[in-house]
Design a binder for this molecule. Structure first.
Ligand SMILES: Cc1ncc(COP(=O)(O)O)c(C=O)c1O
Length: 415
């Protein structure tokens, strides 16, 4: 047996759902890349907001409404600080999918046309593919892909070659792949994109929950992430944008709250960030996400990353002992986020997930909203285990033991 990973943050008790015992067994949650579980402090923040501070925001003058304003805008300030971005260029969206659509509709439709190209990578989530497909089809632009190598990594020369063609207006890519786990060198990639006069869009959905992310240092034109993977509630996402771009962009959605004034035939827009937040926002959810970043900040994002790196290393070691199992993505834990996607010869990924699920082990199986990537990998689907702050080496042991059960059930050969 390899040495048991030292890392355990001992915070499992903060997550009430993890005290559930399906079929009398502990709940082993290894699907945080899909959505994370929520600590009691986030649940309390939601409940306290709804039971003590609830009112609509940006319109009431009575004290309760001012309470709600302070809670909502206070959450924005702390969420922006969490990723070192200015609060007024930190826009609340429903999720990262909506954030990317906002860029595609508000910036790209006004700036991309025939003869232009949009560059993405083979490792993108559908949220960072389909909006660009629709845009390119509508505007007569070309959608091109950067390829990944056998380790799930991007070759730097390829990006340079593509940028040198002179027609690339926008490059959209993931910070951390939700299938391969690959951590892309975002700062360097964004610098190259900027030097080529193109716009960078980074999908930070898998990065922000598990490592220190400094949006100002990364230097992306747009950096988007989603609250529910970062211990926060569903229904709240974040878009950090470059001020000069946000100021010149038309709004994505229009209506209440995003206006400065409305005449019969015309309207003018509110200041940033509210220009991009039409209608009543997800107030309680923003407050909940504020509590989530407070929780992560109290642990320390360096510790979170080290914990997940160490657990992932332990996970990779454990998976390597399962006969017929193939992990996709970078070989070690250093260059990958807290997840491993895998196939087992002779077992369908859905069967793997279903059988380990009977033991209370929750892992994901499927195409992970990355069908073009599945085709590159030559598989229809994979199983995926992903870790978060509440996991420990014992959770990984439970998965590996359960995978053996699955192999025995299907009478697969021992080695
Ligand atoms: C890398 C990546 N991008 C985008 C998304 C989409 O997130 P959401 O559904 O919250 O918009 C996900 C979710 O799985 C993801 O992993």
């Amino acid at each position: 047996m390899p040495p048991v990973a030292e890392s355990s943050l001992e915070v499992r008790g903060d997550f009430p759902i993890l005290s559930r015992r399906p079929n009398g067994r502990p709940l082993i949650y290894l699907d945080s890349a899909s959505t994370s579980q929520k600590p009691q402090s986030v649940i309390d923040a939601l409940a306290t907001h709804l039971s003590e501070h609830n009112a609509n925001v940006h319109r009431g003058v009575y004290p309760l409404a001012q309470d709600a304003d302070a809670a909502f805008e206070g959450a924005r300030t702390r969420i922006a600080a969490f990723t070192n971005a200015p609060a007024d260029t930190t826009i609340f969206t429903k999720n990262v999918t909506e954030a990317i659509n906002l860029i595609a509709y508000s910036w790209a439709r006004a700036n991309i046309g025939p003869g232009d190209a949009v560059l993405i990578t083979q490792a993108e989530h559908h949220a960072n593919i389909v909006p660009w497909q629709v845009l390119c089809r509508e505007r007569g632009a070309e959608l091109r892909y950067l390829q990944i190598d056998g380790h799930g990594e991007l070759a730097p020369e390829q990006l340079q070659r593509e940028l040198a063609r002179g027609d690339v207006r926008l490059v959209a890519f993931t910070h951390v792949s939700n299938v391969l786990g690959t951590i892309n060198p975002v700062e360097q990639i964004c610098a190259e994109i900027r030097a080529a006069g193109a716009i960078s869009v980074v999908d930070g959905a898998q990065a922000v929950p598990q490592m220190p992310v400094n949006v100002s240092r990364i230097g992306a034109d747009f950096y988007a992430w989603t609250g529910h993977k970062a211990l926060g509630p569903t229904g709240i996402g974040v878009l950090h944008g470059r001020r000069e771009l946000l100021e010149t962009m038309e709004p994505f959605l229009t209506g209440g709250d995003m206006i400065a004034s409305v005449q019969e035939q015309d309207a003018t827009w509110n200041d940033l960030p509210w220009k991009f937040e039409a209608g009543t926002p997800a107030v309680a959810e923003a407050v909940g996400l504020g509590a989530a970043v407070d929780y992560l900040t109290a642990i320390g994002m360096d510790r979170v990353r080290e914990h997940e790196r160490s657990l992932t290393s332990y996970l990779l070691d454990g998976l390597a002992r399962v006969p017929g199992l193939r992990v996709v993505g970078p070989p070690g834990a250093d260059g990958r986020g807290g997840l491993a996607s895998f196939t087992i010869e002779g077992l369908h990924p859905h069967d793997i997930a279903e059988i380990v699920g009977r033991d209370g082990v929750c892992i994901r199986a499927g195409h992970h909203c990355a069908q073009p990537l599945m085709r590159c990998l030559g598989v229809g689907s994979t199983a995926r285990a992903s870790v978060s702050v509440y996991n420990s080496p014992a959770d990984i042991d439970a998965l590996i033991e359960s995978l053996s059960t699955a192999r025995e059930l299907f009478k697969l050969p021992a080695a």
